[in-house]
Design a protein around this ligand. Structure first.
Ligand code: NAP
Length: 218
């Protein structure tokens, strides 16, 4: 079903530019939504596919909501935007959620007919050398690193030098995008819920209602 929907995207155009919004989304908030919209417009993407992590490789389960709750909150938050989709690929895959497996799955669907842009937080990208198969990852996609204002970008510049030491400037595919709305963070939202502080206006009202109804992060 999901594979069919992705294949359908290729009926419309010869070559697609697809954003892959990778994250734990624990919970999804306006910072994520603004990031996706900004990437869509700045990089002229055809679609942004949100990919909630199933079992994040670098995380213990402490305050992590269930995969199904995080998936549903992502669906609710993105439902009204026709340029956004949500994928279950990491939710349904058994074992740890490695980005390389997701990229191989998508590459198998799109073949050479799409350029993939993996969009995520700059801090996550800084860890890429510790991810599974980092070299193959950089061959399969470009990166859009979302930063909060005041972020020290020299760390990303250093990573680029390490990762692409044999490539010329044009092939160093990590783009930086400063997103003021990323002052909002999932960690802060969880801590607010735990201590009874307000979360209104930090995330869509529908998501807010969902997590209150299901008593998440209490
Ligand atoms: P994280 O360490 O929880 O997040 C790092 C920072 O980035 C946080 O400030 C986070 O803010 C922000 N962030 C996360 N996703 C974002 C997004 N899509 N747009 C804007 N900001 C974002 O990172 P994570 O969520 O676990 O992982 C990010 C992605 O990297 C996921 O797709 C994950 O599967 C992938 N990853 C892969 C491997 C691997 O393959 N071995 C290892 C680690 C991560 P919030 O907390 O507010 O979201």
């Amino acid at each position: 079903m999901e594979r069919d929907n992705l294949l359908k995207l290729m009926h419309r155009k010869r070559h697609l530019k697809i954003g892959l919004m990778g994250g734990t989304f624990n919970p999804i908030h306006y910072g994520h939504l603004v990031t996706a919209e900004e990437a869509l417009k700045q990089f002229m993407l055809d679609k942004v596919i949100f990919i909630p992590s199933g079992k994040p490789p670098h995380k213990t389960t402490g305050s992590l909501a269930s995969t199904e709750d995080r998936y549903l909150m992502t669906v609710i938050a993105t439902a009204s935007n026709r340029d956004f989709m949500v994928s279950r690929v990491e939710i349904d895959r058994k074992g740890r959620s490695y980005t390389i497996d997701t990229l191989r799955y998508l590459k198998d669907i799109f073949k050479e007919r799409a350029t993939l842009y993996f969009i995520t937080g700059a801090d996550a990208i800084l860890e890429i050398l510790t991810w599974k198969d980092p070299k193959e990852i950089t061959n399969l996609c470009k990166f859009i690193a979302a930063t909060r204002p005041g972020y020290d970008i020299s760390r990303i510049e250093y990573l680029k030098k390490k990762l692409f030491k044999d490539a010329d400037d044009n092939d160093q595919h990590i783009f930086l995008m400063e997103i003021p709305a990323l002052a909002i963070s999932s960690t802060d939202i969880r801590s607010r819920i735990k201590t009874g502080r307000p979360i209104n206006y930090l995330l869509p009202e529908s998501v807010c209602n969902y997590l209150l109804k299901h008593e998440l992060y209490k």
